[in-house]
Each structure stands twice: as C-alpha cells, then as structure tokens.
Design a protein around this ligand. Structure first.
Ligand code: ZN
Length: 83
C-alpha cells in the first residue's frame, strides 16, 4: 500500500483573497515566523529563508509529520505570489 501521492495535495493554489486568508490562518497554526526562520510549532525545528530550496525535516515524533519534507517557505511564497 503506497500512499505517497498525498504529499502533493498540500500544494493548493488559492483562487481568491478569501482562500489566501484561510490558508494563511491554517499555515500560522503550524508554523511561526522567528526573524528569518520559519519554525514548526510542534517539534520546534526551523529553517532559514536562504534554504528555501531544501527539504524540511520535522522531528520523528512531530504531529505535523504529514507535512514532512515540504519547505514552509515554498508554501508561503506560493501563497504570497497568488495575491
Ligand atoms: Zn514539526
């Protein structure tokens, strides 16, 4: 049973300003901005903006593990570019 396609479903393209607001509110429940770092609120792992092209790694027991390897800067960048 391979279920790897699920990772792709999290790159949602918002189609309206309301969508952007909704996704951003959801985003801020998982990630917090700390200077030039985005930090996972659950496991506290963080990634600096200059590493936007790298994969993000949560700690093994992080409850946000479904978002494993998705760089939060990419999510934020796509979101802002859609405004
Ligand atoms: Zn985490």
């Amino acid at each position: 049973m391979t279920d790897q396609n699920k990772q792709n479903s999290s790159t949602v393209k918002p189609s309206s300003a309301a969508d952007v607001s909704s996704i951003l509110r959801h985003f801020s429940k998982i990630w917090e901005l700390d200077g030039d770092l985005l930090r996972c609120k659950s496991c506290k792992n963080a990634i600096v903006i200059s590493r936007i092209n790298e994969q993000f790694k949560h700690k093994d027991d992080c409850k946000n593990n479904p978002f494993l390897s998705i760089n939060p800067w990419v999510i934020l960048k796509d979101l802002l570019e859609s405004c």
